[in-house]
Structure formats: structure tokens, C-alpha cells
Ligand binder design. Sequence first.
Ligand SMILES: [Zn+2]
Length: 136
Amino acid sequence: MSLPDSELPRTEDEWRVRLSPAEFRVLREHGTEPAWTGEYVDTKTPGMYRCRACGAELYPSDTKFDSHCGWPSFDDAIPGAIKEIEDNSLGMSRTEIRCARCDSHLGHVFRGEGFTPKDTRHCVNSLSIRLDPNDA
Ligand SMILES: [Zn+2]
């Protein structure tokens, strides 16, 4: 499921041929899919959410919760799987989250909203992740 290091793209042109145009726009150009359009907004299926670009494990499905914000939301991630970057674009001070392995854009992280006991919301584009369902 996970791309071997030797096959990880090194350039944006290499990513472009691997990803669909919509995936490339989000993962490599920091785009955002429209709210409520992503395939995983309401998904409850148990499994592991992986980076759609490189296959790295990011979010176990038991960290997913209903935030009613229109994007898949998680209150925790696999340790070390995510890196955070200050994002002051669009006149807002936010914290961008990226896959630590391949540097692809996932979404933003928000804290202090009180949704869950962990008080953290990883707001992630469905296009940035792929669910690997548990075997029954
Ligand atoms: Zn990745």
C-alpha cells in the first residue's frame, strides 16, 4: 500500500503524472475541496486512513469524529506521521498539516474547540487520504 522510498516522486512533475488533477490540486498545490463533497465526510468504516500520495499511515479510523464542518475530522494522528506548518494565507493565522513522509498537503489543524476530550481537530481533505478498510 505504501510507496517504497525509491519510488517516491522527487519533483512536482513526477507527482502530476501519479495523481489525478483534483488530487494534485489539493495535495501538491494546497487546495481545498468544497465542504461536504469529499467521499469520507460521513464514513464510519473501520480501518486506517493513509496518505493518498505516498500511502503512509496517518489516521486510525477510531480518531475520526463528526465535526459537522464538511470535511473528515480526526482528533489524533499516528505519532510522527504529520508535520505542522504556520499558514498565514488568506489573512488568517492557521496551522497547515502535511504528510511528514512526502510533504503533501492534508488540511489544517485546530485546537481549543472542545469537540473531543483531545480538543484537537485535524480537518482533512478526503482527496488527501485513502481509507484502507480493516479485513472483516
Ligand atoms: Zn504522504
